[in-house]
Design a protein around this ligand. Structure first.
Ligand code: UDP
Length: 244
């Protein structure tokens, strides 16, 4: 068997070419990074858990008419996805205040944000993923005005579907990060992944502010039981009726 071609290795995933140029294989690793990769480690079985969680969430969103890059999941760590050109924006949705929002604005942790905030960050590690404005996106030519409008529209719809879904899991969707890409047909698709690496998820059955954390903040803040938290999310997500 010929060695498959590695196209890109990121912090949490590897992208391989497939026999079809319109399709890539996304492999989920156990590697974890935080604080712009200054903190590095591994979370046991994270790749398998995130692949399963992301698969389920992509299916749910696709069933609601959201265009995504996901095609099929082919093994416990791999999915086939549409080849896209990534729009170099990290789109962050905040339903409750946490993380950098609290640090930068002083808004207290857990404050409900109604309506939710939709923010853009420049996907650029060297610059530390700075916060963007629409004017900056235009000045830097990172995306067209129409693309930004379409991204906001899709993001708000995705947030609604994910909030409903996690509510059924007794999990509060605090905030999350999305990435979008454009395929060979010029269609804008949800790309990358949605998982406890990219979301803040709080267990509604717990009141203790540290105990309730079910996401990568356990790794960022050295809270322990990181893999257990991801496993808990996976179990609750899979316990929901499959979208198909
Ligand atoms: N996030 C992400 N990748 C990034 C930055 C943020 O997935 O490079 C997610 C993060 O997990 C959280 C949300 O986006 O769910 C908001 O993150 P924030 O801006 O508060 O930054 P952080 O506190 O993680 O530095």
């Amino acid at each position: 068997m010929t060695e498959r071609q590695k196209l890109y290795e990121g912090k949490a995933k590897i992208l391989y070419a497939s026999d079809d140029p319109a399709v890539l294989v996304s492999y989920f690793k156990d590697d974890a990074t935080a604080f712009n990769a200054q903190k590095r480690g591994q979370i046991l079985d994270k790749g398998r858990m995130n692949c399963a969680i992301a698969t389920h969430l992509f299916q749910i969103l696709a069933a609601q008419g959201i265009p995504t890059h996901w095609i099929e999941t082919t093994s416990d760590r791999e999915m086939r996805v549409q080849t896209v050109t990534i729009v170099p924006l990290e789109v962050v949705v905040r339903n409750f205040a946490a993380g950098s929002l609290c640090q930068q604005t002083g808004i207290p942790l857990g404050t409900e944000l109604a309506p939710p905030l939709v923010e853009f960050y420049f996907k650029n590690d060297d610059l530390g993923d700075p916060l963007l404005t629409r004017d900056r996106i235009r000045a830097m030519d990172l995306a067209s005005d129409n693309q930004v409008d379409a991204i906001i529209c899709l993001t708000e719809a995705i947030n609604g579907h994910l909030q409903d879904f996690f509510q059924r899991c007794q999990i509060t969707l605090v905030d999350f990060k999305l990435e979008f890409g454009v395929n060979g047909q010029g269609e804008l698709l949800l790309a990358d992944e949605i998982s406890p690496d990219t979301c803040r998820l709080w267990d509604q059955t717990k009141t203790d502010p540290k105990e309730r954390i079910l996401d990568k903040d356990r790794f960022r803040q050295d809270l322990g039981q990181v893999a257990d938290a991801y496993q808990e999310v996976l179990q609750r997500v899979l316990a929901q009726v499959s979208p198909n």
